[in-house]
Each structure stands twice: as C-alpha cells, then as structure tokens.
Design a protein around this ligand. Structure first.
Ligand SMILES: CC(C)(COP(=O)(O)OP(=O)(O)OC[C@H]1O[C@@H](n2cnc3c(N)ncnc32)[C@H](O)[C@@H]1OP(=O)(O)O)[C@@H](O)C(=O)NCCC(=O)NCCS
Length: 172
C-alpha cells in the first residue's frame, strides 16, 4: 500500500513528537555526530527554531505519515561556487522503516528542488554501512559519484563515505 505521506515545515508544537522519533540510537547510527543522541525535546525545539529563523525558500520539512510526525527531510543549499548544488539529509523514526516512506519522500523532494530551488545537482553523503540509505537514493535515480575510503569514523568504526548524486534534467 502506498504510504499516506505529507511533507510540511515543522512547528514548535511538533517538538515532543519529533524528539520521540529522533531519540533512538538506530536513527543516529546513520547520521553525522552533530545529530544529538540521546535526543531531547530541547534538541527538537532548537532544531525547529533554527529552521524558523532561516530566510529564503523552505528547505526543511517534517515527514508526516497519516498526520503523524515520522521524520525529517532537509535540503542544504550550497554556497559560493557550490551554489547550484544542494545536499539531501533525512531520517525516519524506526517504527516507520521499510514501508517505502523515505523513497517517496526523496521523490517528492527532488521534484520540489527542481521546481522551486535554484539548484542543478542534488547529492547525499552516505556511510558505506548504510545500505538502506543507499537503496532509497538508487531507487530515486541517484548514482554513486565517488567514494572516499575510510574517511568516516562513526561509533568507533572506520567507514567509507559514498557520495550519491543526480543532475537536474535539462528539458525542464
Ligand atoms: C535509511 C532510511 C532513511 C531508510 O528509510 P525507509 O523509509 O525505511 O526506506 P524505504 O522503506 O523507502 O526502503 C527503500 C528500499 O531500501 C531497502 N532498505 C531499507 N532499509 C534497509 C536496510 N537497513 N538494509 C537493507 N535494505 C534496506 C528497502 O527494503 C527498500 O528496498 P526494496 O524497495 O527493494 O524493497 C531509514 O532507515 C533511516 O532513517 N535510517 C536512520 C537515519 C539515516 O540513516 N539517514 C540517512 C543518512 S544518509
């Protein structure tokens, strides 16, 4: 069954639900160490306030499923000579895994980026251990652009970083 998915900007009132889904070592395991673990309601409030303070186009979204907060999708716009590039970052609460939700959320975000943001390339940097994330990117047409061996140290393990990317179609 297709997930009933909706991406929207987060609100302060989402902080408790967001922290509940984020506060899980299994979620943090796929992410950079700046993602707090454990993850408190204060962390969620800080995250939402940072997004609220941003100017420019909306680039940070809550992933909701049947109206419930399920995770986060962010598009980090490049600067300077990288201004036409943007990095995708995402996570989903564990109880929502394996239902095609991130695959659908990335599809939505790619379409949003091409239509709304002034970017020509989207990319994501994935740990070599994170097969699920590699899969959701591949399912959305991102391809491995390069791999840097042993550059990541996560939870005391040395891992490769795989950069996946996709270019904006030129006929749009
Ligand atoms: C990685 C993550 C985003 C995947 O989200 P998800 O919604 O469960 O992924 P989907 O259900 O859309 O899965 C898409 C495909 O990946 C596969 N997949 C998902 N997780 C997997 C895993 N851990 N191992 C192997 N395959 C996996 C699914 O089976 C599916 O493949 P299929 O369509 O061929 O059956 C989710 O596990 C997560 O949030 N992890 C923690 C945070 C994280 O790693 N973020 C990404 C940082 S780069």
């Amino acid at each position: 069954m297709k997930p009933n998915l909706f991406l929207r900007p987060p609100k302060i009132e989402d902080a408790i639900d967001l922290a509940r889904e984020a506060n899980d070592p299994a979620v943090a395991a796929g992410l950079r160490d700046y993602f707090p673990s454990p993850y408190s309601v204060d962390d969620a409030l800080r995250f939402i306030e940072t997004i609220d303070a941003k100017t420019g186009p909306q680039t940070d979204f809550l992933i909701t499923v049947d109206g419930e907060v399920a995770g986060v999708m962010g598009v980090f716009l490049g600067q300077d000579v990288y201004r036409y590039n943007a990095e995708l970052g995402y996570w989903l609460g564990k109880r929502f895994w394996g239902k095609g939700i991130t695959t659908a959320a990335i599809a939505w975000t790619i379409d949003y980026a091409w239509r709304t943001l002034n970017v020509e390339r989207l990319y994501a940097e994935v740990f070599s251990s994170n097969i699920g994330s590699q899969r959701v990117l591949e399912k959305n047409g991102l391809v491995e652009e390069f791999r840097l061996e042993g550059v990541v140290v996560k939870d005391s393990k040395r891992l490769d970083m795989i950069c996946y990317g996709i270019r904006k179609p030129t006929d749009r």
